[in-house]
Design a protein around this ligand. Sequence first.
Ligand code: FMN
Ligand code: EPS
Length: 370
Amino acid sequence: MKNSFGTNLQITVFGESHGPCIGIVLDGLPAGFSIDEKQIEHDMELRKPKGKTGTQRHEEDTIHIVSGFFNGYTTGSPLTILIENKAQRSKDYAPLKYRLRPSHADWSAFEKYHGYQDYRGGGHFSGRLTAPIVAAGSICKQILNQKGVKIATHLEALYTLEDDAFSTKAEELDQQIDLLNEKQFPTLNEKKGEEMKTAIEQAALEKDSVGGILESAITHFPAGIGEPFFDSLESLLAHALFSIPAVKGVSFGLGFDFAAKKGSEANDALYAHDGRIETTSNNNAGINGGISNGMPILIHTVIKPTASIFKAQKSVEYDTKENIELTIEGRHDPCIAHRARIVVDSMIAFTLLDAWMSKAAKEEFEEETL
Ligand SMILES: Cc1cc2nc3c(=O)[nH]c(=O)nc-3n(C[C@H](O)[C@H](O)[C@H](O)COP(=O)(O)O)c2cc1C
Ligand SMILES: C=C(O[C@@H]1CC(C(=O)O)=C[C@@H](OP(=O)(O)O)[C@H]1O)C(=O)O
């Protein structure tokens, strides 16, 4: 298994959903950054399931930072975070050892690990592993915030419902970001948020699930960060976001809608004011040639409907290769998208900080701060 990601900064995630604990090692952080543990708790809370819109497995998700952090500051050595699993109910998975849940990782895990994988609760494939990612991402986000960078994600679409759009005005966008970061259910339009919650609850009542699209905005990220080809900012961000379980699409700015545009409609016209260059539109979403240009970075992330639904489904028993009708029991999210928004923020924060810590930019980065 390859569980590490990053170049100048690195994260390694470990654990299984029904094992004793899960965790993350965040290596390569510079020393001397102040980290607010209360802010990490705040971000952890945004990932927690609430009411009927999430799984009924309720974990405390208390974080234990066991290395790399002393007297409120990063020490520069690997920062390790542990989170205990306390609310496992492994009996739900006993009948599922060989009975493959359609669209979960059960089948592909068998093909790769030949039955040695921990299948309880999805094991290492579980969305549960995103809890330590949020803790580490919160640290990265705090460091970026100290540099003036802002990050937030809203639920742009859920099933057939749509939220309002991000503002194209810089000040308004910053206000929307601040607002979203305080909201448990991440819509810009309160009424649309209520309709989306109802749609999730309705899907749950129907023993079904729904998916959605998350849109992230990053403002005040400096121009000139990234690489032209394989480590382009888009490549790194897409790599990071596709690592989140249930993510099935990532696009930047106008994304797939570029296809139906002419160059004259798609190009972002440049203008200069007060010695700064900006663009009148932002279809390229702040990245050209793999390198940031200083405009807001805008990313769409598609989250599929939760695989584990309670309706009867056609499947196969892996060991006997018998066709079966599968009905599962247990606790599952009727929608993942709203819970995943803070996971998306976290992976973005890690990736942008990693890119910013590249050799060329690192000296400048540290000089400014320390
Ligand atoms: C926060 C979060 C919660 C999730 N909850 C569930 C769940 O309750 N049930 C489920 O089947 N999948 C859930 N998933 C998704 C699965 O872990 C994922 O679909 C599975 O590992 C297969 O990976 P893939 O969908 O990327 O192919 C969740 C994912 C995230 C990020
Ligand atoms: C525990 C979490 O979500 C879990 C993610 C998940 C999956 O298959 O991804 C399946 C469920 O696990 P279990 O069957 O053990 O309840 C969810 O509850 C969490 O997000 O913290």
